[in-house]
Write a new protein. Structure first.
Length: 166
């Protein structure tokens, strides 16, 4: 344990792999709600769930039963009794329908891919598309095209393809 700044040898910052995130997570957030407006308590399975992140009250589970020591799991609500401070130190995971680019890494990724930051933001927000293979199209491989231009091109080619098939 570090007691003073002088004892600190260094700080390392890195990204966690999907496997490490899953190993560190206490549970999965499945509901986008935080607190029940009627009771003022965290919603089970939500962004502040006591089962995932720990109890709100010291040595008291989500169903209200008080325990004498830490680490006991309530058989009813499955919350492990502890100090509420653990809520700030506990990981939960959220599985998204589609992959996203974290806002912290947008500028770094844009520089890495040699794309201007504003164009990269438009690409991430699906306002632009990156051409991977040109095929028969007029677009060059590696070019960035606006979404409206791509949509109009797709609708024009799909209409002509439909006519050709008949």
């Amino acid at each position: 344990m570090i007691h003073t700044v002088k004892e600190l040898e260094g700080i390392s910052i890195g990204l966690l792999s999907k496997e490490k995130i899953e190993a560190l997570a206490n549970g999965e957030v499945t509901i986008p709600k935080t607190v029940d407006s009627r009771t003022g308590l965290p919603v089970p399975g939500g962004l502040m769930c006591q089962k995932i992140f720990g109890p709100v009250d010291y040595l008291r589970c989500a169903c209200g039963k008080r325990y004498s020591k830490k680490g006991i799991q309530c058989p009813v609500c499955e919350v492990i009794t502890n100090d509420p401070i653990v809520r700030r130190q506990t990981f939960g995971k959220i599985t998204l329908a589609h992959p996203i680019v974290h806002p912290w890494f947008r500028k770094i990724l844009a520089a890495f891919l040699n794309i201007p930051p504003r164009k990269f933001d438009r690409l991430v927000n699906c306002d632009m598309f990156l051409v991977f293979a040109s095929g028969k199209s007029r677009f060059k491989k590696g070019s960035l095209i606006p979404a409206l231009e791509f949509i109009s091109y797709r609708s024009a080619t799909s209409t002509s393809e439909t006519v050709d098939e008949r």
